[in-house]
Ligand binder design. Structure first.
Ligand code: 5GP
Ligand code: ZN
Length: 134
C-alpha cells in the first residue's frame, strides 16, 4: 500500500471512519463531505488506484456491496433513488486514488444536477467513436 493513501489507512484502522458495511474484500464508510444525507463510499480493502487497475474480483465485490448498501438506503433512509458514481482519473474528478464507488442517496427535493446537458450528438462522430471502441 502507498504510504500516503488515506483509504488504506482507514482499512488498516490508522484513520477513523464511520464504517457501515464490511465483507472479506470491501468496506463501506460515510463520506466526510456528503453530497446528500447518507452518502457513503465502498472501497476494496486491497489498494488499487482506479477503475482501470482494480482487481476484477474486487470490482465485482465492490459492485455487490454498493447494491447491498443501496438496498439498505432504500429500506432505512427512505431514499427516492440512488446514484453510483466512480471517478477514474483527475480529469474525471477523482481526488482520492484508491478505487471507490460513491453510493449517493437521492431525494425528490435534493439539489444535485446532472453534470452534462443532454443534447443530440453528431451522428458521424458517434459512429466514429463506436468504430474505435468496437
Ligand atoms: P473522489 O473525489 O476521488 O471521487 O472521492 C473522494 C471522496 O472521499 C470525496 O467525496 C471526499 O469527500 C471523500 N473523502 C476524502 N477524504 C476522506 C476522509 O478522510 N474520510 C472520509 N470518510 N471521506 C473522505
Ligand atoms: Zn489505498
Amino acid at each position: 500500500m502507498p504510504d500516503d493513501c488515506i483509504f488504506c489507512k482507514i482499512v488498516a484502522g490508522e484513520l477513523p471512519a464511520t464504517i457501515v458495511d464490511e465483507d472479506e474484500r470491501t468496506i463501506a464508510f460515510m463520506d466526510i463531505a456528503p453530497a446528500t444525507r447518507g452518502h457513503a463510499l465502498v472501497i476494496p480493502r486491497a489498494h488499487s488506484a482506479d477503475l482501470l487497475s482494480v482487481d476484477p474480483q474486487d470490482l465485482a465485490a465492490a459492485a455487490l456491496a454498493s447494491q447491498r448498501l443501496a438496498t439498505r438506503m432504500r429500506e432505512r433512509l427512505r431514499v427516492d433513488g440512488v446514484n453510483l458514481v466512480n471517478s477514474c482519473g483527475a480529469v474525471a474528478w477523482q481526488t482520492v486514488f484508491h478505487f471507490h464507488i460513491h453510493v449517493i442517496p437521492r431525494y425528490e427535493d435534493d439539489p444535485l444536477q446532472l453534470p452534462w446537458k443532454p443534447a443530440p450528438g453528431d451522428s458521424d462522430e458517434i459512429a466514429a467513436a463506436a468504430e474505435q471502441l468496437r
